[in-house]
Design a protein around this ligand. Structure first.
Ligand code: FES
Ligand SMILES: [Fe+2]
Length: 462
């Protein structure tokens, strides 16, 4: 055991190696519940999922299940989803569903969460309000030994975050500096456009890491290379990290260069921006917006041939902002510097990664499936800013680990996952050799994992 070593972030600039243990060891996977998942802030859902008093969702993580409920107009409560009587999971997750969703009516004789086994019932504050034949306990049952066990809960960015550790520090503190980089995008105002999940045959880290770096784009998504180089910087930001497009020469990159809606490479930027946007829309279905895609198609008619790429880019974004405003979608004010600082994609330790845009976000959340190191729950989510009152009603769509059931680009990423999981078990694999410039987000994930798990510290290559 390495004894919870936290290597200095500066060491991530060096060529490092770390073992395959975190992905394939049964012991490691079983220890994650105690050492990692019960101690970190993690996304349990979106605030929009529990709009009314009594609305609830569940969030299963490893062997734990959390019940999250809107207890008043202003407050959300979270509890361990277990009945204190004899341990039945209080709210069951329907087979094949990602979570239980519902609403508890507060009227009636015994309102609230009813345990199917012996009928104990709990109100939204987690107190037992009905215990069948309570007197048989001779007065030993009281508020403290019959209430649901509370879990820390908070909100930020429109997400509901939970932490099972009663001693955990504040959410905001945990999320910095990434929360400040993401604030300008106002994700709290966005809503689900689609959300899809699957149970995949690989470790959750394998699935997550497929999206943590653009170093894989040239080989995994060769069709995207015609729009530009995907050479990227990758930074550790405390527990978390981000990436952005970079030049091999180094130096500063402006927001138009390093964010997801950068100008595309090509002889005529009016055409190449339109083509790239259409390709994103057709093959990812996210990472851009319908307005940006449609507006890009008009550039060739509205701008003279020879307009420099940066001018085309600014014109395009300005026009899309106006088009959106006309339909009631007001872009948040995001300065060039804020856009540049956020970069292409931000990750929050341990299991979240988002590609941010002015009116959209594409994110991935990945979790273990029980304690099986070879399985995970993988989710891809698109958020959008909608005109008020036009937000769609969505629910989790289940998809197999079948390329046909995912957008083309994500399917390309998925195609590597099972093969990586198999390869990591090879007796001939000597350990991971992440790119010190372009894959630092991955190495930082393992730096933080080593700190929590007490094993697997990235070490300098010999
Ligand atoms: S286990 Fe819930 S009432 Fe008995
Ligand atoms: Fe990819």
């Amino acid at each position: 055991m390495d004894n919870n070593t936290l290597i200095p972030a500066e060491l991530l600039d060096e060529p490092l190696v770390y073992p395959a243990e975190a992905y394939i060891s049964k012991d490691y996977a079983e220890a994650e519940g105690d050492k990692l998942w019960s101690r970190v802030w993690q996304i349990a859902g979106r605030v929009e999922e529990i709009p009314d008093v009594g609305s609830y969702i569940t969030y299963d993580i490893g062997t734990d299940s959390i019940l999250i409920v809107r207890s008043t107009d202003e407050s959300i409560k979270a509890y361990h989803n277990v009945c204190p009587h004899r341990g039945r999971k209080l709210v069951s997750t329907p087979a094949g569903a990602n979570q239980a969703v519902g609403k508890k009516d507060q009227a009636g004789e015994h309102p609230g969460f009813f345990c199917n086994y012996h009928g104990w019932t709990f109100n939204l504050e987690g107190q037992a309000t009905y215990i069948h034949d309570k007197d048989d306990w001779k007065g030993a049952l009281n508020e403290n030994n019959t209430c649901l066990t509370s879990v820390q809960v908070d909100t930020w960015g429109g997400w509901i975050w939970i932490n099972m550790d009663p001693q955990a520090g504040p959410l905001r503190e945990y999320l910095e500096p990434v929360a400040s980089l993401m604030d300008p995008f106002q994700f709290d105002k966005m809503r689900y456009r689609f959300r899809q999940f699957g149970i995949f045959e690989c470790n959750w880290k394998v699935a997550l890491e497929a999206f943590l770096e653009p170093y894989h784009v040239a080989a995994t998504h060769p069709q995207l290379s015609k729009y530009g180089d995907y050479y990227a910087y990758s930074k550790a930001l405390g527990f978390h990290g981000n990436t952005g497009f970079d030049t091999r020469k180094g130096g500063d990159t402006s927001s138009s260069d390093n964010s997801v809606h950068r100008a595309a490479k090509g002889a005529d930027p009016r055409v190449s921006i339109a083509q790239m946007q259409q390709e994103y829309w057709d093959t990812i279905g996210a990472s851009t917006s319908e307005t940006l895609v449609k507006t890009a198609q008009t550039l060739v008619d509205e701008l003279p041939e020879g307009t420099p790429a940066s001018e085309v880019h600014h014109y395009w974004l300005d026009k899309a902002r106006k088009v959106d405003a006309e339909r009631g979608v007001i872009w948040p004010e995001i300065s060039e510097k804020q856009m540049a600082d956020a970069g292409l994609a931000l990750s929050i330790f341990p299991n979240f990664n988002i590609i941010p845009g002015p009116t959209f976000g594409l994110y991935y959340r990945v979790r273990p499936y029980g304690t099986d190191p070879d399985k995970c729950i993988y989710e891809a989510v698109a958020l959008d800013l909608f005109p008020e009152g036009e937000e769609p009603q969505t629910e989790w769509i289940h998809a197999e680990q079948d390329p046909e059931q995912w957008p083309f680009v994500i399917a390309q990423d998925i195609s590597n996952m099972v093969e990586v999981q198999k390869g990591l078990k090879s007796r001939g694999f000597r350990g991971n050799l992440p790119n010190p410039h372009q894959e630092k987000k991955v190495t930082n994930l393992h730096r933080m994992l080593a700190y929590y798990m007490g094993t697997g510290v990235p070490r300098e290559m010999e």
